[in-house]
Ligand binder design. Sequence first.
Ligand code: HEC
Ligand code: HEC
Length: 207
Amino acid sequence: MRLLKTPALFCLAVAWSLTVSAQQGGAIAEPVDEAGYPPLLVQTCFSCHGPGGQSQSPAIPSIAGLPRDYLLNVLAAYRYGGRFGTIMDRIMGAYDKPQVEIMADYFSRQPYRVNKQDAKWQLVDRGRQLHRRYCRECHGDGLQPSNKGAPLLIGGWMDYLRWTIRDYLIGINQGDEEMSRQLARLLRNHGEPGLEALIHYYGKGRP
Ligand code: HEC
Ligand code: HEC
């Protein structure tokens, strides 16, 4: 299990559950705070996902600027099945639908930003070609999202992307059927080096 291999994440999880118990019994967040601050409800997400949803940790995805419907789907999937989580499955059990809508509204309105990390520039051109051939149709062209509702991948943390793609490949994440076909084709035609090139292209964050 991933969680056991990442002690930092485990500590975050413990810290998070302590914060939550401290807050239980308090008022539930309002959709919009009068003073213009982010709703209290989404501030609990900042401890892991970073301020405004811009994650500072390679193990935790940035969630700022993801499409609203994608956020709704993925948060429901953590709770009801279809998406593997080391921690999000347990977290989402604590919230009802109106609360999840507040989260999706808030994070989808934050600006999407590229995370800064070390990616191998030598792999970027190859990765871009593979993205165009196998993934662009749904995951967008550079920083321009497609109309298919799938999230942008460019600028995502490479560790997170590697794990998440594995989770789709081994079937503990249920993705789009067409995506499974494209991932299988990518691996058949280009193997692990193809997948790595793709991940470095996303990691570099250059459209
Ligand atoms: C204790 C740390 C932690 C907290 C708190 C946390 N998350 Fe997460 N989140 C993660 C991790 C780690 C992942 C990757 C999936 C996993 O391993 O569970 C993730 C994944 C996600 C994803 C999927 C992102 C994608 O690119 O598909 C969304 C959306 C998300 N979290 C939203 C939230 C929201 C909303 C909150 C606040 C209620 C929240 N998270 C609180 C750690 C956390
Ligand atoms: C036919 C459309 C389609 C194609 C082609 C496609 N995807 Fe996806 N992808 C999706 C959809 C839809 C989701 C959201 C699925 C979900 O809710 O779990 C997704 C989710 C993902 C995620 C999770 C994102 C996150 O933030 O957690 C990754 C990683 C991913 N795809 C990688 C790829 C790669 C790599 C390729 C190319 C080899 C690819 N996809 C091709 C539709 C597609």
